[in-house]
Write a protein that binds this ligand. Structure first.
Ligand code: N01
Length: 488
């Protein structure tokens, strides 16, 4: 391939999206890129999260890059540390370390008229022709505003910033929140704690799944020796994922069947009618990000666990007081209260064309054309950005598809076809309208509150299937963009 000029690219974030972007650039012959990572290592959400019980509830065969299949996952649902190691191994295998700056937080990024100037917390700046924001959705821990939080004299932890030096065995622990994280944390803490009190504001449907099922050693050996079989397994997994996308995006008997299974999971494991009533959500299964567990209900039935569904009034020096006046003495409070999922790219000060800020552009919530391009922000693309399919399509695959799309633009820049590419307002608005229309029949739109929903009440997900996503990102669509040449 002949190139008339070499693009300089800054990738922000070394999680799944950033790694996908870097490797895609590299495989297309672009090597002048730097990955700026705020954390001390790669892995993104799998670097930051290391709370007890952290397990991926997506089967390992699907939770990996298509270009870097791992034959020997220890479990069908991999434990968090193994996923972190996998991502670090991929970074090494593809020689990305020389491009990586860890402990480097991007604080500013400004469009200069011809490219970007990116500033970091240590005072450095990087000039780039393109910026790829791979900053992750589940990054900022959400700390609820509960009265008395500062009064507590014991240990306070957020699951997303776990401190491994704080002991948990033999202690009285409160866990607040019952998303995927809270359910996993309660299951892992209960066997060793003296007492676990689980504070549940709104119960979740918890589908039974064998989360600790080992991947048989012989299968790992066979997949290692027969890469073609490993690829076939990955493709088979993609078909399974397709069925799941169908279930969440279109009402059908298939959706109802999965929902029945969710209800059965509760009925079959909780026989006490009072406890079952407390654990029964008032919305349809699958409406929130579905929780999977093979151990949570067992942990709840244990004598050292208590479920508290009465609202929290305040935190005191020695525990938590609920609105019925009862005081729950605890030595440690674990906040499994999720993330500020819509602060994507912030608090970075991102300034686009004509001085427009990302905060102004996203005053009514994050939005981007086909998940990746934002009007007013030329030569900047997001990977797993707004409206990404976090609830329906394998994420590594979605990141790879977006990375290929972005690389196609960069390729065209390298031949001198344009200097700046910017999505039009019309195209971005049209995409937004298509998304809203397609969200109508999705299960996420059946009346529940979840982290999928922005403060402005929009569902921040992709309501399309994998093929549609692949088609929309298969090639740059010139009609939807301004291609500008500058006189530099
Ligand atoms: O967070 P969540 P999460 N008082 O937002 C409660 C991914 N993940 O960290 O529903 C009391 O789902 C809140 O209650 P309510 C996965 O995508 C993946 O668990 O608002 N409670 C809710 O119960 C997942 O969906 C894996 O009433 C309060 C909880 O906190 C996403 O991360 C593993 C409260 C927050 O649930 C986020 O999951 C783990 C308050 N003031 C996570 N404020 C995998 O296996 C909030 N809550 C891949």
């Amino acid at each position: 391939m002949t190139m008339s000029r070499i693009p300089r690219v800054v990738i922000i974030g070394a999680g799944i999206s950033g790694i996908a972007a870097a490797i895609t650039l590299q495989r297309n012959g672009f090597h002048d890129f730097v990955i700026l990572e705020k954390g001390s290592d790669v892995g993104g959400v799998w670097h930051w999260n290391h709370y007890p019980g952290l397990t991926c509830d997506v089967p390992s065969q699907l939770y990996q890059f298509g270009f870097a299949p791992k034959p020997d996952w220890s479990q069908v649902f991999a434990p968090g540390p193994e996923i972190q190691r996998y991502l670090a191994d991929v970074v090494d295998q593809f020689g990305l370390r020389p491009h990586l700056r860890v402990d480097t937080e991007v604080v500013t990024a400004e469009f200069t008229g011809t490219g970007w100037r990116v500033g970091t917390d240590d005072g450095d700046s990087y000039d780039a022709d393109f910026v790829i924001a791979a900053t992750g959705v589940l990054h900022h821990p959400a700390w609820p505003d509960i009265a008395g939080l500062d009064e507590f004299t014991g240990d306070i932890l957020h699951t997303a910033r776990w401190d491994d030096t704080i002991p948990t065995a033999g202690r009285r622990i409160a866990v607040i929140g019952t998303g995927s994280t809270g359910v996993q944390a309660v299951s892992a803490l209960q066997p060793h704690a003296r007492q676990v009190t689980h504070f549940v504001r709104s119960p979740q449907w918890v589908i039974w799944a064998p989360m600790r099922l080992s991947q048989p050693a012989f299968l790992s050996t066979v997949l290692d020796r027969l890469p073609a079989l490993n690829r076939a397994l990955y493709q088979a997994g993609m078909l399974g994922a397709k069925a799941f996308t169908d279930v969440v995006t279109r009402p059908s008997w298939r959706r109802r069947l999965v929902q029945q299974y969710a209800r059965l999971s509760l009925r079959a494991q909780i026989s006490d009618p009072r406890l079952r009533a407390e654990l029964t959500p008032d919305y349809e299964p699958l409406c929130k990000r579905q929780v999977l567990s093979g151990s949570y209900y067992r942990a709840l039935r244990a004598p050292n666990t208590e479920l508290v569904t009465t609202g929290i009034d305040a935190i005191t020096a020695t525990g938590i007081r609920t609105i019925d006046g009862r005081h729950h003495d605890v030595e440690m409070i674990v906040f499994a209260t999720g993330f500020r999922a819509h602060d994507y790219m912030r608090p970075m000060k991102l300034t686009g064309r004509d001085g427009i800020s990302i905060d102004e552009t996203w005053a009514e919530g994050p939005h981007a054309y086909r998940m990746t391009a934002i009007p007013g922000f030329p030569n900047l693309f997001t990977v797993l950005g707004p409206n990404s399919p976090t609830g329906s399509i394998p994420l590594h695959h979605a990141a790879e598809v977006s990375a290929r799309y972005i690389t196609a633009w960069i390729q065209r820049w390298s031949t001198g076809e344009f200097d700046a590419v910017e999505v039009t307002d019309t195209a971005a608005e049209r995409f937004g309208t298509e998304v809203v229309q397609a969200l109508g029949p999705t299960v996420w739109n059946t009346g529940c509150n979840s982290w999928y929903i922005t403060e402005n009440g929009k569902i921040d997900l992709l309501p399309f299937d994998r093929r549609t996503m692949e088609t929309m990102l298969s090639h740059p669509d010139d009609d939807d963009f301004h291609l500008n040449r500058s006189s530099r």
